[in-house]
Design a protein around this ligand. Structure first.
Ligand code: NAP
Length: 280
């Protein structure tokens, strides 16, 4: 049997950790297949996706900046991709390209694994940011019944657009102090806190002791935001789990085995990130 090939498509693509994750699972489950990095520039992406058959790939992950274009090139979409308005996972079968979005499921998988029972009591969610990733997070929180969902963003109009899409509530940053005490879950989806950028100035003293605090930024692994939450004794979950869990559905669709997110996989990715000291 010809080995199955999958890939991650983006521009640039050298930073992607997806090959490490999928290669780990291919080895772990003794599957003869491969997972490649493919750099496809924006001016070539439509043609690439429309002639997907020629690539010989069974499917692919799609990353920045191609997630919206991928949505428009698919023959069918799953419910999450449709709602979120972006595709991060493609499967090619019987001449048709199907698109799904697994970012929201990845976020939920990570919280379920790292903070079991986090959604049992429901309550309000406060989401910082209204960019591409925030859409998947709001979709996921809504799917789990968090209510209300407050979207707080520097640019109010973006928060309003996102909130209208999902029946959430939109706010500017000035509203944040009044909302923090209500949050059962507080999520940072802004790029603030990524390497080289300062964290947002948030008074975590206003947050309830039972609030779960999570950041989807994973470089650095512990952002200033998460470190402050941990110092205050709050339950925290970092962003690496989301990256690992969002890869699960794609691997299963292409290679036919539902893979597990284990401590050993996490350690392998941490080593690849140059964080061997955190990999135990
Ligand atoms: P994006 O579409 O560019 O959105 C960026 C968001 O950050 C916007 O809400 C933006 O606000 C806000 N922001 C940027 N600079 C800010 C500042 N100085 N002060 C306040 N807000 C600021 O990015 P994205 O695709 O959503 O990604 C966001 C982050 O999530 C990235 O760090 C990415 O690496 C991470 N991510 C992680 C995973 C994972 O698997 N863990 C998956 C996807 C993304 P405005 O609207 O006002 O500009």
């Amino acid at each position: 049997m010809t080995p199955i090939r999958a890939a991650v498509i983006g521009w640039p693509i050298s930073h992607s950790r997806s090959p490490v994750i999928h290669s780990y699972w291919l080895h772990e489950y003794a599957i003869s297949g491969s997972y490649e990095r493919l750099a496809v520039p924006p001016e070539r992406i439509r043609e690439f996706l429309r002639s997907f058959e020629r690539t010989g790939l069974k499917g692919a992950n799609v990353t920045i900046p191609h997630k919206q274009v991928a949505l428009s090139c698919c023959d069918s979409l799953d419910e999450a991709a449709e709602a979120i308005g972006a595709v991060n996972t493609l499967v090619f079968e019987d001449g048709r390209l199907s698109g799904s979005n697994t970012d929201g499921l990845g976020f939920l998988g990570s919280l379920d694994q790292n903070a079991p029972g986090w959604d049992a009591a429901g309550g309000a969610a406060v989401v910082l940011g209204a960019g591409g990733a925030a859409r998947a997070i709001v979709w996921a929180l809504k799917a789990r019944g968090l209510n209300p969902i407050h979207v707080v963003n520097r640019t109010l109009s973006r928060a309003q657009d996102l909130a209208a899409r999902f029946g959430a509530q939109a706010h500017g940053l000035d509203a944040l102090p009044a909302l923090l005490g209500e949050a059962a879950v507080l999520v940072n989806t802004t790029s603030q806190g990524m390497n080289g950028q300062s964290s947002m100035d948030i008074d975590l003293g206003l947050v309830r002791a039972t609030c779960l605090v999570t950041d989807i930024v994973y470089v650095p692994l512990e952002t200033e935001f998460l470190a402050a939450a941990r110092a205050r004794g709050l339950r925290t979950v970092d962003g690496l789990g989301m990256l690992l869990h969002q890869a699960v559905p794609g691997f299963e669709l292409w290679f036919g085995v539902r893979p597990e997110v284990t401590g050993d996989l996490r350690a392998t990715v941490l080593r690849d990130m140059g964080l061997a000291e955190l990999a135990q």
